[in-house]
Design a protein around this ligand. Structure first.
Ligand code: NCD
Length: 308
């Protein structure tokens, strides 16, 4: 049984396959509209979400399948004290595939053991978010036409931002990528990622404190929200929340073909004036998330449009 818990669960070849299918879905939507007929996706969200859950649900509906699930722990038996593993095991009898988000790191992995339907990690605490990573890879591939040979600046909450952690791991397998990590001291990338990914694989990286000093070098700027829900105290959050705000003035020195990404939701970190800049890719990015999740659901269920 194939699950997707960590971005490294997929090989580079599998990612290439998903990107190819997602591109084809955009061009030939009608070819895919029945491929998951009679299949059900359960979305079990123990933590809030808009894009991830709704794009999973839209993806399954556009494949002709059905959806069921819950969107907060309060409306599940978690409030009665049921373990995540028990909930997931029971739901595996009601659905063919499960997407699950949980505030605890490792919860989807624990729940996937002994499970006989595919389980997708839709975000576990500050740890991983592999389907956002697929979304990000698709965005880079669509916008830049390649997944190697660029300088990417990642800015904001690099400590708690799971999308950053997962994307770094995934990109570490491509050639000639230079990482520039932009954050205040308190929100630096965790040491384990620096050691296990950058240093172990001899990958070029730098840590800086302002985006202005590196802006002209960047091909991609990946902005992130300060992850309020993972802070231990409100005062620290308030002090750090507006550390970085991207605006038109800061973009003046950027490349003409910079690709500005953000997994969303945005709070304050990108001025809304930037939305009209042709370099802003974040709303397109959210849309790509639906297509790549369609490709992923098909892959994990072992269905393809060619069999129909
Ligand atoms: C991200 C997440 O949940 O980690 N959102 C998303 O899935 N698009 C980013 C965030 O919440 O800041």
């Amino acid at each position: 049984m194939k699950h997707l818990i960590d971005p490294m669960d997929l090989s580079v070849q599998e990612i290439d396959h998903l990107l190819t299918v997602a591109d084809d879905i955009i061009l030939n939507k009608e070819k895919y509209q029945e491929v998951c007929r009679h299949k059900k996706l359960a979305t079990l969200f123990f933590e809030p979400s808009t894009r991830t859950r709704l794009s999973f649900e839209a993806a399954m509906l556009e494949l002709g399948g059905s959806i069921l699930g819950f969107s907060s722990a309060d409306s599940s038996s978690a409030t009665k004290g049921e373990s995540v593993s028990d909930t997931v095991r029971v739901v595996s009898g009601y659905a063919d595939i499960i997407a699950m988000r949980h505030p605890k790191e490792g919860a989807p992995f624990a729940a996937s053991r002994k499970l006989d339907v595919p389980l997708i990690n839709a975000g576990d605490g500050g740890h991983n978010h592999p389907t956002q990573t697929l979304t990000d890879l698709m965005t880079i591939h669509q916008e830049k036409g390649r997944l190697n040979g660029f300088t990417i600046g990642m800015c904001g909450d690099l400590k708690f931002g799971r999308t950053v952690h997962s994307l770094i791991k995934a990109l570490s397998r491509y050639e000639d990528i230079h990482f520039i990590m932009i954050s205040p001291e308190e929100l630096r990338l965790p040491e384990y990622i620096i050691k296990d990914v950058f240093e172990k694989k001899n990958i070029s990286y730098r840590e800086v404190k302002t985006m202005e000093e590196v802006m002209p070098e960047l091909d991609i700027l990946y902005m992130t929200r300060v992850q309020k829900e993972r802070f231990f105290n409100e005062a620290d959050y308030i002090r750090l929340k507006d550390s970085f705000i991207l605006d038109e003035r800061k973009l003046a020195s950027a490349k003409k073909d910079l690709c500005i990404m953000h997994p969303l939701p945005r709070v304050n970190e990108i001025s809304i004036k930037v939305d009209d800049d042709p370099r802003a890719c974040y709303f397109k990015q959210a849309l790509y998330g639906k297509y790549i999740r369609m490709a992923l659901i098909m892959y994990l269920l072992g269905v393809s449009a060619d069999e129909n």
